[in-house]
Design a protein around this ligand. Structure first.
Ligand SMILES: NC(=O)c1ccc[n+]([C@@H]2O[C@H](COP(=O)([O-])OP(=O)(O)OC[C@H]3O[C@@H](n4cnc5c(N)ncnc54)[C@H](O)[C@@H]3O)[C@@H](O)[C@H]2O)c1
Length: 261
């Protein structure tokens, strides 16, 4: 029996990367999937591949969420996956001393406001059945400080915390609407391209990025999607307000830990 049989699932930022892997995995498990992305062409491509519906949705736009609520007033699973690092179009500094207020706000508008709007939509769309699963894609960066990407880290920490507020709110309301966060680190998707570059030092850069990762490799988007399937399914009926790390062991220890003989 497919694990997401008869479930209606909406995934944001599903035109590529982790979101696309989640949409594919949900479809394999029997779900009706709505593939959404700010980039309509990307969403349409993935939807066509898996026999799903596509829709343009900018998660930072309240109007887009309102229009979605009118078209899709009910659903069972929402994955708030869309996110930006702020380095997509430029490599301007994002450290606490030099980041501009404009760049800081732009990252929070997508990662945090987008997740807030997605959770609000989801609670309303799941209330008629009184049950559902909200999955927020935070990050390892939501659990530790990242000096060179302070806005990203701040936004992902806020996503982690908002997940718990949503989980407790739904429980207080007597709803079986669960809300959990996933915290990936170094998952090889197009998000990394501006940081990896295409030059001869690409392989060295890749190795450097995972040098402190105990498993010494990047994660695969399908490995994150497997967790999302579990959280979306009824197997996770007793899980809410939880945070799941998927990071090759990075947060299990400290790179500064003393070596013992
Ligand atoms: N890849 C990693 O190593 C990693 C690690 C930790 C967390 N994450 C998180 O996982 C999520 C997916 O990351 P990814 O690596 O697949 O990224 P990606 O850049 O490969 O894909 C992101 C998708 O989101 C879409 N998008 C961007 N802004 C949007 C908006 N305003 N509204 C709707 N869609 C929008 C893009 O068009 C793109 O298709 C993000 O929230 C990211 O922060 C990724």
């Amino acid at each position: 029996m497919p694990r997401l049989n008869a479930k209606t699932c909406i995934v944001t930022g599903a035109g590529r990367g982790i979101g696309a892997a989640i949409a594919r995995a949900f479809a394999r498990e029997g779900a009706s999937v709505l593939v959404t992305d700010k980039d309509a062409a990307r969403a349409a491509k993935i939807a066509a591949e898996i026999g799903a519906e596509a829709r343009r949705l900018d998660v930072a736009s309240e109007e887009d969420w309102q229009a979605l609520a009118e078209a899709w007033p009910q659903c069972d699973v929402v994955v708030n996956n869309a996110g930006v690092t702020g380095f997509e179009d430029s490599l301007r500094p994002h450290d606490p001393e030099h980041a501009s207020l404009e760049d800081w706000r732009a990252v929070h508008a997508v990662n945090l406001d987008g997740t807030f709007l997605g959770c609000r939509y989801a609670i309303r769309a799941m209330r008629p059945k009184g049950a559902g699963s909200i999955i927020n894609i935070s990050s390892r960066s939501g659990l530790v400080g990242i000096p060179a990407a302070a806005a990203y880290a701040s936004s992902k920490a806020a996503v982690r915390n908002h997940t718990k507020s949503v989980a407790l709110y739904c429980a207080e309301q007597g709803l079986a609407i669960r809300c959990n966060s996933i915290h990936p680190a170094a998952v090889l998707t197009p998000m990394w391209e501006p940081m990896l570059g295409t030059g001869p030092d690409r392989a060295a850069r890749m190795a450097a990025f995972v040098a402190d990762t105990p498993l010494r490799r990047f994660g695969d988007p399908d490995e994150v999607a497997a967790l999302a399937v579990m959280l979306a399914s009824d197997e996770a009926a007793y899980m809410t307000g939880a945070e799941l790390n998927i990071d090759g062991g990075l947060l299990a220890g400290s790179a500064a830990a003393p070596k013992t003989d």
